[in-house]
Ligand binder design. Structure first.
Ligand SMILES: [Zn+2]
Length: 443
């Protein structure tokens, strides 16, 4: 690694050619053969790094597997969750029987008694499910009819970023970062928890049911230490491609395994790939789940570090840090806070978070307030779970009244990407921003 001097003007020019791409769009481009292999070097600046960070040159797709930390703390069955007032005692994770759950990483069957029960409950909820046909795999290019309707009655986030008022896409307060990690728990989650503990940081974890079965004690430690636990489906499918029954099964089994491990049921979820439309919203609402997305600044640019692609080699550590710089610079100009997409599934994603992104964010001036999404929404952690929600500050999604922007407003028009941009003051400087720091590292 070397350090070179770069003018702020030059850095701005680099950034201007580096619009963050929604991962699905990027994947589509790559699969269509239109994307060139990623360059190996990008410019970025960091105020500081973790002294024990894994070298950037080692954060690569074929990285040697590192020894992982043990869980910082484990908790006994029956322990009282002090972080969540009024929560029931911690269940015994050792009693979890994987054979009682769907197969791992496969879209759930819909003919089980459990899914049939949840379908019945959704039907009885009174929440109308819009008659929107499932999409086919492949995102916007593969679904021209749906894409044309994406910012209208369908309100499909994937194509252009349509949101409803019920979607959480940012934190209300300036310089506040709703910290999130998706797709875990994984063997590398304890490494992330170790760092978060050291810095007294709390996060929201959007967990996959199939991973919870594999690492229940990891989930218990996250929860007991005061992190927010939220749903990220059972097998991580693109939800708009599924039938209503499959969506209900994916959300239902994820809710159930979390409840079985923690004793409480999350009230928030994140759709894998951000793939949500008004049909998915309505089903989620009927199941008591509020969607949490990540901040989008234009139809094509979201706050996605692309850390997920480090593992496959589709992205590089320097590119991820350049993305982070772009996010950081834009976020600083907002009158609201922000939410990023990051992951704790792979060693590389955790290494870049703990070694570089989080240390740099903690050194940022003006300071970011880094906290779980439920906290950045100025709500107590008890609102993150159906059993402990007092229904005052966070009315359950299922009983929330309809109206403009709700998932019930199926015939209404959603806001499109440009409306999102208009709602975020300061975005006129997205392309023209300059970076005051001039030391730029390249690999
Ligand atoms: Zn995910």
């Amino acid at each position: 690694m070397k350090t070179i001097l770069f003018s702020s003007l030059a850095v701005a020019a680099v950034a201007a050619h580096n619009p963050l791409e929604a991962r699905q769009s990027a994947s589509s481009a790559a699969s269509a053969g239109t994307g060139a292999p990623p360059p190996s070097s990008f410019s970025f600046t960091l105020a500081t790094t973790n002294p024990t960070a894994i070298p950037l040159a080692s954060i690569v797709s074929n990285a040697q597997t590192q020894a992982t930390h043990a869980l910082p703390t484990t908790f006994s069955p029956g322990a009282t969750p002090t972080a969540v007032k009024g929560a029931p005692p911690l269940p015994n994770a050792a009693l979890l029987a994987p054979s009682s759950y769907p197969a791992l990483d496969v879209i759930v069957r819909t003919d089980s008694p459990e899914v049939q029960q949840w379908i019945s409950e959704v039907n009885k909820s009174g929440i109308p499910i819009p008659d929107i046909a499932p999409t086919v795999a492949g995102g916007c290019p593969a679904n021209p009819v749906a894409a044309a309707d994406a910012d209208k009655s369908r309100c499909w986030w994937t194509c252009g970023g349509c949101v409803q008022a019920t979607d959480i896409t940012t934190c209300p307060d300036k310089l506040t970062w709703g910290l999130t990690y998706d797709d875990g728990p994984s063997p590398y989650t304890p490494d992330l928890l170790q760092f978060l503990n050291e810095k007294n940081l709390k996060s929201t974890f959007f967990v996959v049911g199939s991973r919870v079965i594999s690492f229940p004690s990891f989930l218990q430690t996250e929860y007991m230490q005061g992190h927010q636990i939220a749903v990220h489906t059972w097998s991580h499918p693109s939800l708009t491609t599924l039938t209503n029954a499959q969506i209900i099964g994916e959300l239902g089994w994820s809710k159930k395994v979390i409840k079985d491990v923690l004793g409480v049921t999350p009230s928030h979820f994140r759709p894998p790939f951000g793939d949500i439309d008004n049909r998915v919203r309505a089903i989620a609402k009927a199941m008591g789940l509020t969607p949490v997305m990540w901040t989008r600044i234009s139809p094509m640019a979201t706050f996605d570090t692309d850390d997920f692609d480090l593992h496959s080699g589709a992205s590089t550590a320097s590119k991820v840090l350049q993305n982070w710089n772009f996010i950081e610079a834009n976020a600083t100009t907002f009158d609201t806070g922000f939410i990023l997409l990051e992951h704790d599934l792979f060693q590389q994603s955790v290494d870049i978070a703990t070694g570089y992104i989080l240390p740099d964010a903690l050194a940022h001036q003006p300071a970011f307030k880094i906290e779980p999404v439920i906290s950045c929404m100025n709500k107590p952690l008890t609102d993150a779970y159906i059993e402990t929600n007092d229904n005052k500050t966070n009315p359950p999604a299922q009983s929330a009244s309809g109206g403009p922007g709700s998932a019930q407003a199926t015939g209404g028009s959603g806001s499109n990407g440009s409306a999102v941009v208009a709602a975020l003051p300061g975005l006129g400087s997205v392309v023209a921003f300059t970076i005051s720091l001039i030391a730029v590292m390249t690999l």
